[in-house]
Design a protein around this ligand. Structure first.
Ligand code: SF4
Length: 1429
């Protein structure tokens, strides 16, 4: 078809749409896509156009665009599509993508049914496309062509809306002639306009070219001195009507996007006192239309009163003079910016279906309503909002059950299940050839099954059609009954829970957590109406960033939107959330503000300044799931990335700059950066932008926590001085931004061989590699180290090395040192804090902030507490634990709750194997909890064993540890499972009360099976002491066991507060440990405890008479701090056994009252003993007892290991002691120990005894069961004792990966070291000679290394201090033999000694005694000479 024949064809029955299609397809030689309902009539008219593509759905346009964007010159450069207004929303992603690329250009022609209603078109106003409007049928053809010309000229997508409907005739003007095509071609090949600001000019030029006369994108008609000016998008008010009303004018906009505030301002006459945006807003988000907001952004010289004359009814487009006059009269009565219902004022009948306009300032419910309207618009009948979202309850004020998120979630989860059942039923029917189905129903069901989640396939109409077929055929085919019964679930719904920002304060209770963890395809819309979106506190509750929280899950779609900042982005996010096949969370901003202008301004400010960043996070997206949509922030990011590229270029030119800025690394780090952005950098940026005062960045790297403590102290101090502070771990910081920091303070600990702690490695690496110019940055570094850590003078270089390295490198890069380097030294009496004060003074002095202003005297954070204060204010161990464990936004608890949790028997830990990687990715550490059971004397029934076994499998890391203190320990319990695990332990008739903390711990007792006949008595004593010294607080039951608080309260002053008769509110200065031994076996290491009972037997060794009481033992110390040392307990005297329990109390009370509460490193009872002496202690305890100790009675210990194999000492009962390497009960390849022991527990009818050396006794096996148990043990190879005596006497603490204090491996490494030492032992012929050998990962001494014959104490990864000379029976401490030795050095050191021992030992001489006799080490006589070599 040629252009000239257009007239003859179209004049008869040409629709405007056909003209539009024809015009753009033929005149400009473009590809034209025609979508869905238009395809029929239009394609008939232009069927011979090669360039016409018929698409069944609008989504096909995206594919067409993608196909044309290949750079192939043969592909069309212009795609001109005819789509329905409702299709626009689904095209937003395509438009947004095209707005950033120039080819191909897309022009969407959209017929609108009402001349005034362009709601659907304006929905895409923020998508980056230009929006042009024609209001007549002739204009539609003119503008179609003009839009296509302008789009190609500018490389910008256009949306052109035109009035739908048939046309009798259209005057085709000059452009149909070839001359226009020539002119257009010349124009398009001419010099491109310089920037997007030229859009208005280009559109005007294009229109002039098409219609032969200039037309402005914004024009004015009416009175030159108009008092009232109406602003319309398109030809809404007729010139005739305007001419008939005095003092009225109209600004008519034909190009709505990009908006031209300048053109708008110029078009309105200065005489205007009222400017009215007159618009049809069917989608009445809070009642304000888009035109109004464009007006609000005009920089008025003489600001008129802005009004929004909205109408949700049709009819504004045909205003008569009378109606216009009525509106004008009304407008003149309005004296402040507001909206009014123009249709109502004009007397236009109300459209029953139209929603009423919203309120002035959106209330919370109105805010949800506004977004709810969007949901309705986007999803129409597919929308299913499961909770009563307008209810007050979602704002945290209580309300109907059906408005709660749990209710909604339950509904949706149930619906999902029903739909799954429906799919199963359909599958069954289709597979069953015996079910008679009509061909039509079979095809419909098959199509449904294949695309049941595609709303275009599983649509409401398709569902209705299938429903009808089912009803018709079910009678003859009963097998269809299930499908018929579930037909209500045929249609694919868009499922939503809608709530307010109250949910952000309670992500656990709000359903956010439930939805995310369910994995179901449920969407959440959380509307934040806070005036300040960055505010994080409300009524004492902490607001969570729901978006970040959701992103942490890693598998949910997340978006942050703001309707008045980017309408199109909201629609895009809603559509993407709906399409995402899993949970989706959209957090939406709509601030409460006094006026609509304030709403708009606040929205824009929050978005532009980053307080409310717009983003979308889709975990499926490659290369990164995070897309920042905030235009302004994106520009800043682009600038930043430009710098990154420049840096990469430098790196390529200068290879020595290394990996930190090499291209590959840049990519890798870009990934990290995205992750960090998603998790927190935007927040950090926001807080940096939002906070006042000079900026300070405080970074830290610390393994033990001291470096972080120093950093946080600096941060608090700086805030009090009015600085805007960010404080974070070094590797959490985005290194690329370093050059833009003004002031940087670093606190860094020293690890290992002078290394930087793990969490600072990447930062240091990058700093060493970079060539960045840091001349704009002032810095100060404070280090924490130990000047005596390395004994050799040549190793002095390692002291505070990371701090000195950082300080030197920062200076080399041009940064200006303003303080330090400060060098904190553990050897100082006050530790690192001694140097910290001077460092701080220097820093604040350099910043002229050494005087804190009086206004800043009030600290903005609560001052750090001491441990003593923390206990005292905890309300008897409650603290905020209940709140902390219910907070599902983090896997951690804070420091202070963490300390209190120990009293409840649990420690927070993190997996240190993955710590560095997680920090590098900006993730939270892999926090979990260790739980320790209170198990006096280590006696457990088989049922209790099975209970622990099940809990380890369900909530722990699939293993159990038999600890060196005779109890069970679970590791890897996530916070969310903590309460359930505690309850499980209690269901097993055990508890964890006081298993850790500054209280009496688990009481241990001899498990020597050779004295099994005495064990019930010592086990009972252990239980009695444990019960007697239990904390009295009801906090444990309240927090872990009760369904709700049953006693006490969060208020210390509550009349229901607990009372601790023994401990008082501050409990003990430190832990208190008790052991009971039965000579001649010292299997409990009785001298290693604060209080020890040594049983004194009658002459027949059959009965316990009483106990020698020893006090002041303890293992813990700090490397190279001679003020700390291990100590063995010393004897107070003897008491008869009926007085044993009371002794435990009175010794504890002396320690409670006289222990050192000012220094936790000096707070153990052993130091109180050495400080006051035994005489003083005896007096103190006797005074409280009311009787005197008798002189100690004789006894003798011979050994301190376990007795393996079968033993018997009680008639009729037998015991089998098995070797459990380092107490770890786990299923390992080829060694399923955990499974095997569970099997034994299921069959064993006696007890289990856990030993203090981490092994296990299958105890109290009846004579008649010995054979079956022997077979059972053999079948699981649990009877294997074929190990060297060295291994059988080995013990290691947990250490890495879970212990936060570990400096080196222990449990995971000792078996390997023993493998190596076994070779030496075998060569020396000592395989059967027991030598007690122990290892710990740090000097705290959990595996009692200092009374072993050979011991290794971790100092750094792979490096240990080697101790020798402890006694074989545990009554003498060892002495250091070698410092900081590695595996090779250990073997070099021990091999000759072991060989020498084999040759030169005396009869029955133990290894520990031998090394002393030979002078290899000096004997340690008491704790105070432990460090004397
Ligand atoms: S000795 Fe140290 S490393 Fe080992 S478990 Fe105890 S605190 Fe942790």
């Amino acid at each position: 078809m040629s252009p000239s024949s257009l007239q003859t064809t179209t004049l008869q029955a040409l629709s405007t749409a056909a003209a539009v299609v024809y015009t753009t397809a033929v005149t400009l030689d473009s590809t034209t896509a025609v979508v869905s309902s238009f395809a029929g009539n239009v394609s008939e008219l232009v069927a011979d156009s090669d360039n016409l593509v018929r698409l069944p759905q609008a989504s096909g346009i995206a594919a067409l665009v993608a196909d044309s964007a290949t750079g192939d010159a043969k592909k069309p450069q212009l795609i001109s599509a005819l789509v329905g207004a409702k299709d626009l929303i689904s095209l937003i992603p395509t438009l947004r993508g095209l707005a950033r690329q120039r080819s191909p250009v897309l022009v969407l022609h959209v017929p609108v049914s009402s001349a005034s209603d362009v709601s659907d078109v304006l929905a895409v106003r923020d998508s980056g496309c230009a929006i042009l409007r024609s209001t007549t049928q002739q204009g539609a053809v003119d503008y179609a062509l003009a839009a296509s010309i302008a789009a190609q000229r500018l490389g910008t997508p256009f949306v052109h809306c035109f009035p739908a409907g048939a046309a009798d005739s259209i005057e085709l003007q000059g452009y149909a002639a070839g001359s226009t095509q020539e002119a257009v071609r010349a124009y398009l090949q001419g010099e491109k306009p310089p920037s997007s600001e030229a859009v208005h000019d280009v559109v005007s030029q294009a229109l002039a070219m098409v219609v032969g006369e200039a037309r402005e994108a914004v024009s004015y008609f009416g009175a030159a001195d108009a008092q009232v000016v109406y602003v319309t998008f398109g030809d809404v008010v007729s010139r005739a009507a305007v001419g008939a009303v005095a003092g009225v004018g109209v600004v008519q906009i034909s190009l709505a996007r990009p908006p031209s505030a300048e053109a708008l301002g110029q078009a309105v006459p200065a005489s205007a006192a009222r400017v009215v945006a007159l618009e049809h807003v069917r989608r009445a988000a809070a009642g304000w239309g888009p035109l109004f907001f464009d007006l609000a952004l005009v920089p008025w010289e003489h600001r008129p009163i802005l009004l929004n004359g909205v109408s949700s009814s049709a009819g504004l487009d045909a205003l008569t003079a009378e109606q216009l006059e009525a509106i004008t009269a009304h407008v003149l009565t309005l004296a402040s910016p507001t909206h009014f219902d123009a249709a109502a004022v004009a007397g236009i009948p109300e459209d029953a279906a139209a929603p009423a306009p919203g309120e002035d300032a959106p209330s919370e419910a109105a805010a949800v309503g506004a977004y709810g309207q969007l949901l309705r618009d986007v999803f129409g009948s597919r929308l299913r909002v499961a909770n009563a979202c307008e209810s007050r309850s979602i704002w945290g004020n209580g309300g109907r059950a059906e408005s709660t998120p749990e209710f909604g979630f339950g509904r949706l989860a149930a619906a999902a299940q029903e739909r799954t059942r429906l799919a199963a039923a359909v599958t069954a029917v289709l597979r069953d050839v015996s079910v008679p189905l009509s061909r039509e129903l079979h095809a419909a069901l098959a199509a449904w099954l294949g695309a049941r989640n595609d709303p275009s396939v599983a649509s409401a109409s398709a569902a209705a059609q299938i429903g009808e077929l089912l009803k018709a055929e079910a009678a003859s085919s009963p097998a269809l009954g299930d499908v018929l019964g579930l037909r209500a679930h045929l249609a694919a719904q868009s499922d939503w829970l809608v709530g307010g920002d109250a949910w952000a304060y309670d992500v656990g209770g709000s359903g956010v957590h439930h939805v995310l963890s369910s994995g179901l395809n449920i969407n959440m819309l959380v509307v934040d109406t806070a005036a300040d979106p960055a505010a994080v506190q409300r009524g004492g509750a902490r607001k969570k960033d729901v978006g970040l929280y959701a992103m942490n899950y890693g598998s949910a779609y997340v978006a942050s939107v703001a309707v008045y900042a980017s309408y199109a982005q909201v629609l895009q996010a809603l559509a993407e959330a709906d399409a995402f096949p899993g949970p989706a969370v959209v957090v939406a901003y709509l601030p409460r503000a006094a006026s609509p202008i304030a709403v708009l301004q606040q929205s824009k400010r929050a978005v532009d300044e980053g307080a409310w960043p717009l983003y979308r996070w889709d975990p499926r997206h490659e290369p990164g799931p995070f897309q920042l949509d905030s235009e302004k922030l994106r520009r800043e990011l682009a600038d930043f990335l430009k710098r990154d590229s420049a840096l990469a270029a430098v790196a390529r030119a200068t290879p020595r700059l290394g990996a930190a800025i090499a291209p590959a690394s840049v990519e890798a780090r870009a990934g990290d950066r995205l992750a960090r952005k998603a998790r927190g950098d935007v927040d950090a940026l926001v807080s940096g932008l939002a906070a006042g005062g000079p900026p300070l960045l405080v970074l830290y790297a610390s393994d033990g926590g001291s470096g972080e403590e120093a950093a946080r102290r600096l941060a608090r101090s700086a805030r009090r001085r009015g600085m805007a502070v960010r404080c974070m771990g070094m590797d959490e910081y985005d290194f690329e931004e370093l050059a833009y920091e003004r002031t940087l303070a670093i606190a860094v600990s020293t690890a290992g061989q002078g290394e930087i702690p793990t969490a600072g490695r990447e930062f240091l690496k990058a700093l060493l590699a970079t060539a960045a110019n840091l001349s704009e940055t002032a810095f100060a570094v404070f280090g924490l180290g130990d000047s005596h850590y390395w004994p050799r003078p040549e190793d002095a270089v390692f002291y505070n090395k990371p701090a000195r390295d950082l300080d030197r490198r920062l200076a080399e890069l041009g940064a200006r040192r303003i303080a330090g380097p400060g060098l904190g030294d553990d050897q100082d009496a006050d530790g690192w804090e001694a140097a910290f004060g001077a460092f701080e003074s220097q820093l604040w002095g350099a910043l002229n902030l050494d005087v804190v202003s009086s206004a800043a005297d009030e600290p903005e954070e609560p001052p750090a507490r001491t441990d003593e204060e923390n206990k005292a204010i905890s309300n008897f161990l409650r603290g905020t634990i209940a709140h902390a464990i219910a907070d599902s936004s983090t896997g951690a608890v804070d420091e202070w709750d963490g300390k209190l949790l120990k009293f409840h028997g649990t420690y927070m830990q993190d997996d240190r194997d993955v710590r560095a990687g997680r920090l590098a990715r900006g993730e939270e550490k892999a926090f979990s909890f260790m739980i320790r059971v209170r198990l006096p004397a280590g006696v457990a029934t088989p049922a209790q064993w099975l209970a622990m076994d099940a809990l380890a499998a369900e909530h722990g890391n699939q293993t159990m540890k038999i600890t060196t203190r005779q109890t069970f320990q679970l590791h890897g319990v996530l916070k969310r499972n903590l309460r359930e695990t505690m309850r499980g332990i209690n269901r097993g008739l055990m508890d964890t009360i006081a298993a850790c903390g500054d209280v009496n711990r688990n009481v241990v007792a001899s498990a020597n099976p050779l004295q099994a006949h005495l064990q019930p008595e010592v086990a009972r004593l252990a239980a009695d002491i444990s019960t007697h010294l239990l904390p009295a607080t009801s906090a444990y039951h309240e927090i872990w066991l009760a369904d709700e608080q049953v006693a006490g309260s969060a208020e210390q002053t509550s009349p229901t507060a607990d009372y601790e008769p023994l401990y008082g509110p501050a409990y003990l200065p430190r832990k208190y440990k008790i052991a009971i031994a039965i000579p001649p076996e010292n299997d409990v290491d009785v001298f290693a405890y604060d209080l020890g009972y040594i049983a004194i037997l009658d002459d027949a060794q059959e009965t316990i008479l009483g106990y020698n009481i020893v006090i002041g033992g303890g293992m813990g110390m700090t490397h190279n701090n001679k003020a700390t040392y291990p100590r063995l307990a010393t004897c107070l005297g003897y008491v008869p056994k009926d007085r044993a329990v009371v002794v435990s109390e009175k010794v504890m009370l002396v320690q409670r009252d006289h222990g050192d509460r000012s220094n936790r490193k000096h707070a153990r009872l052993k130091y109180t003993v050495d400080d006051h002496g035994m005489h003083w202690w005896r007096e103190q305890v006797e005074a409280r007892l009311g009787f005197s100790f008798e002189p100690a009675r004789p006894y003798a210990f011979t050994r301190n290991g376990d007795r393996y194999g079968w033993t018997k000492s009680t008639p009729g009962l037998n015991n089998f002691t098995m070797f459990v390497q380092n107490g770890r009960v786990a299923d390992l390849p080829g060694s399923p120990l955990k499974t095997a022991l569970a099997d034994v527990a299921r069959k064993h009818t006696g007890n289990f005894r856990l030993t203090c050396n981490g092994h296990l006794i299958v105890a109290d096996v009846k004579d008649e069961d010995v054979e079956s148990i022997t077979r059972l043990l053999a079948s699981h190879r649990l009877d294997n004792l074929d190990y060297s005596a060295l291994r059988l006497h080995s013990m290691a603490c947990v250490a890495l990966p879970t212990c936060a204090l570990a400096m080196a491996e222990s449990e995971r490494y000792l078996p390997r070291l023993i493998d190596l030492l076994d070779q030496v032992i075998d060569q020396a012929g000592l395989r059967s000679d027991a030598i007690v050998i122990r290892m710990t990962g740090c000097p705290n001494g959990c595996a009692r290394p200092y009374n072993a014959e050979i011991a290794f104490v971790g100092k750094a990864p792979g490096a240990y201090n080697l101790y020798l000379g402890g006694s074989h029976n545990g009554d003498r401490l060892s002495k250091i033999y070698r410092e900081t030795v590695t595996e090779d050095q250990i073997l070099d050191a021990l091999t000759p000694i072991i060989k020498q021992y084999a040759i030169e030992r005396q009869e029955a001489e133990r290894f520990g005694d031998f090394v002393i006799r030979k002078g290899i080490v000096k004997a340690t006589r008491e704790g105070k000479d432990f460090h004397d070599v």
